[in-house]
Design a protein around this ligand. Structure first.
Ligand code: ZN
Ligand code: ZN
Length: 371
């Protein structure tokens, strides 16, 4: 398992090296930027890539990042993993031939989704930026906002009904957040529905069941990027039935301490006969569509059989997490550090291990996880 990871890392390093060597050829600072991106785009189209939609579910360990290459030559990035993955994501995008992100979507301000985004914003030309109208006071969020501001970009509110692109056979719109009074940041997740001809994708961010229930728009999709890393708080039965995906993609880390993906979610997907792909097992997952059928690159499916491992894995993960003291409240579902402002009066203290065993999840604001 570890060697796969290392190999992937060195592949990334190799890619970065290649990029470094190519750098003088790519040119491109200052005023030459738009010219460069146009040239890159033309080269791409000439290469015959013009009519293909390519979706890369990047392996960013316990986090989310999806890079989407549109048939019209534009591209979109949904989330950018933890901060440490920013450079790898950037290399991937550049290697694919892009120096501009036309549509950048931060589904919600948790570090496993926006951590690496500052690197992207600083390094690339950015078109439209979408974020839900919700704030947190984490450093990672504030740094991202600063980078966006310094770049002179204006944030567009991500909410249900926003049309991102409607052009030819491509239609990209936001179907969530449909509400604005959620107690959990995850429920504010921007949910993206992308259709190309007869194929459709639904990217959930970390939206949980309450947010799922509020969605009123079309959500049927061939590919479901499963909500919240496959956690039990997402993927409600009626929601899954309505989506009725043929493929489900779960982005989560090997041996993650949350036990993602949840066994029950995997079983629900199995019942729906959706083929499950997981970044913790298969690494980066690439799907392409010509608008009339989806193919999975280098597929190496292990949708079942692998499930029996999950339980042992989550138990093992729970046993290895730290013994640091964390705090919970009676009504909350998260655990916190002592100084988190989300922590209301009379919290109960316990170890992180106990908190996880009792089903609490780490707060996304104070980020109490021990690494
Ligand atoms: Zn997340
Ligand atoms: Zn989250």
């Amino acid at each position: 398992m570890r060697t796969v990871k290392t190999r992937k890392r060195s592949a990334f390093a190799a890619a970065a090296l290649v990029l470094l060597l190519l750098l003088p050829l790519l040119s491109g600072c200052g005023g030459a930027d738009s010219v460069t991106s146009q040239q890159t785009r033309e080269t791409r189209t000439a290469a015959g890539n013009g009519q293909t939609l390519k979706v890369s579910f990047l392996d960013v360990d316990q986090g989310d990042s999806t890079f989407i290459e549109l048939p019209n030559g534009q591209c979109m990035l949904i989330d950018a993993g933890e901060a440490e993955y920013g450079d790898e994501i950037l290399s991937y995008i550049k290697e694919e031939g892009y120096d501009r992100i036309d549509y950048l979507i931060a589904t919600h301000p948790h570090s496993d989704h926006i951590g690496g985004m500052r690197t992207i914003v600083e390094a690339l030309d950015i078109g439209a930026v979408y974020m839900p109208r919700v704030q947190t006071n984490t450093q990672v969020f504030e740094k991202l906002l600063r980078a966006v501001r310094e770049k002179g970009l204006k944030i567009q509110t991500a909410k249900a009904g926003v049309e991102i692109l409607e052009e030819g056979a491509v239609d990209i719109r936001l179907v969530a957040p449909a509400g604005d009074d959620y107690s959990d940041l995850n429920d504010y997740s921007a949910v993206v529905h992308l259709s190309y001809g007869e194929d459709a994708f639904l990217f959930m961010g970390d939206a949980e069941q309450r947010a799922e229930e509020d969605i009123t728009q079309e959500i049927q999709a061939d590919v479901l990027k499963v909500g919240h890393h496959g956690s039990e708080y997402s993927s409600g039965n009626s929601f899954l039935k309505e989506v009725s995906p043929d493929y489900a993609v779960i982005s989560c880390g090997q041996d993650n301490k949350y036990g993602h993906p949840d066994q029950e979610v995997l079983e629900k997907l199995k019942k729906l006969r959706a083929k499950v792909f997981r970044t913790d097992r298969q690494g980066t997952i690439i799907m392409t569509s010509n608008g009339n059928g989806i193919s999975v690159e280098g597929q190496n499916q292990r949708q079942d059989g692998s499930q029996s491992h999950t339980e042992t894995k989550s138990k093992k993960a729970a046993a290895t997490v730290g013994s640091q003291t964390v705090y919970v409240t009676k009504s909350g579902s998260k655990y916190h550090t002592a100084d988190c402002y989300m922590l209301k009066s009379s919290p109960r203290s316990l170890t992180e291990k106990q908190a996880l065993e009792e089903g609490y999840e780490p707060c996304g604001i104070c980020d109490p996880q021990e690494e």
